[in-house]
Design a protein around this ligand. Structure first.
Ligand code: MG
Length: 385
């Protein structure tokens, strides 16, 4: 008889990959770069010897984490030998080996761990959050980011969000000058007074002028100020944190547990954005949240330019991590991509993401979408079951 425990001894017999270029609805300006036309992601599918499947996603951004081409190569050439023939239940051992086979490549490793967890969840009938120890929340407050160079379009989006019960927005500041940022905050505070507003500079401010601009922004009572200066400027972040009353959130400064420790030691922030694409997976993301918790800092569920598949990995991580308590920004599948890779709509209800209870990640990937948007695919991936 195959029990839940014995099925974990099954081995992985196939790893298939798709590099997708997915059309997006508008241009977006961020402090470190612009996104337009398409976003590139890599989808990985693992198959066990009895035919159980698990999916994961790498969602790189060239100016932030890396490239889709490097993710594809890391998985296809360097991580494939680690995965094929491994037992599906040996996730920590596989991830440790992955670290020793290719340095960095955090998005590729996030995709791999996500697919392994989805595979084990599907094999055992357990949701991914249960594999991480259980859950502490059934829903997660959703934040939608505003980054359209045409602010009137973002105002239209805010009206739509209000109708859907979504009341957290994050304004991408520091892209078109301080006056543009002030204008947008004034308008939001006037027209959407009930909104919880956060601002994110994506490293966009010059350290010499950052404090003066941020003091102006504090007048709008934003919930937090995210990564105003370059990731490497730990001393500047610490200085700004000491001088501002608004909580300072670190994003690009903290990819790893080691950087989180350093952030705590140098007191550069009051809270931190945890993203599986930065940390290299759900387990590492939870480690970062745990270090933050020990230091008295809350964590936020950030993302990159992702489909609903990568969003779901983040959802399960946050569901299992009490300290990731500042909500999440998993809005891209519903509000930014022309078409998501999931068969069903990404689960949003009354301004919250709903944590799935079905096995694995809890949703299925649409094979037609993989075929339609594939730039390249690995040999086996051309035949979708
Ligand atoms: Mg950010």
């Amino acid at each position: 008889m195959v029990t839940r425990a014995t099925c974990l001894n099954e081995t992985i017999v196939a790893m298939d990959l798709w590099h997708l270029a997915l059309p997006v609805k508008s241009r977006r300006d961020h402090g470190i770069g612009t996104v337009a036309n398409t976003v590139d992601v890599v989808i990985v599918r693992l198959v066990s010897e009895s035919g159980v499947v698990g999916f994961g996603e790498a969602s790189p951004w060239a100016v932030f984490t890396g490239t889709a081409e490097s993710c594809f190569s890391a998985l296809d050439r360097y991580l494939r030998p680690v995965v094929i023939g491994a037992r599906i239940g040996d996730i920590p051992a596989i991830m440790k080996q992955a670290d020793s086979h290719v340095v960095h490549a955090t998005e590729a490793k996030a995709a791999l761990e996500t697919a392994l967890l989805d595979l084990v969840g599907n094999a055992t009938g357990m949701p991914v959050w249960s594999l991480l120890g259980g859950k502490c929340r059934d829903t997660i407050p959703l934040s939608v980011s505003l980054a359209d160079p045409d602010f009137d379009r973002d105002v239209e989006l805010c009206e739509k969000l209000r109708q859907q019960g979504i009341s957290i927005v994050k304004v991408k500041t520091g892209t078109r000058g301080h006056a543009f940022d002030i204008m947008r905050l004034e308008r939001l505070r006037t027209d959407f007074p009930e909104f919880d507003v956060r601002i994110d500079y994506n490293q966009g401010l010059d350290p010499t002028d950052a404090l003066r601009q941020l003091i102006d922004m504090e007048a709008f009572k934003v919930t937090f100020i995210e990564q105003p200066v370059a990731a490497r400027h730990f001393d500047v972040m610490a200085d700004l944190r000491a001088r501002l009353q608004t909580p300072l959130l670190a994003d690009e400064s903290v990819f790893s547990s080691t950087e989180m420790l350093r952030a705590v030691q140098q007191r550069i922030c009051d809270c931190v954005s945890v993203k599986i694409m930065k940390s290299g997976g759900l387990s590492n993301g939870r480690n970062i949240a745990a270090i933050a918790e020990a230091a008295g800092m809350a964590a936020y569920g950030g993302d990159m330019f992702e489909t609903g598949l990568a969003h779901l990995a983040g959802v399960h991580m946050i569901a299992a991590s009490p300290n990731i308590s500042l909500g999440c920004e998993f809005y891209q599948a519903s509000f930014y991509l022309e078409e998501d890779v999931l068969t069903d709509p990404f689960p949003i209800q009354d301004g919250h993401v709903v944590v799935p209870d079905a096995p694995g990640l809890g949703m299925t990937v649409n094979p037609d979408c993989l075929q339609k948007y594939a730039v390249t695919a690995s040999a086996g991936a051309k035949e979708f079951p």
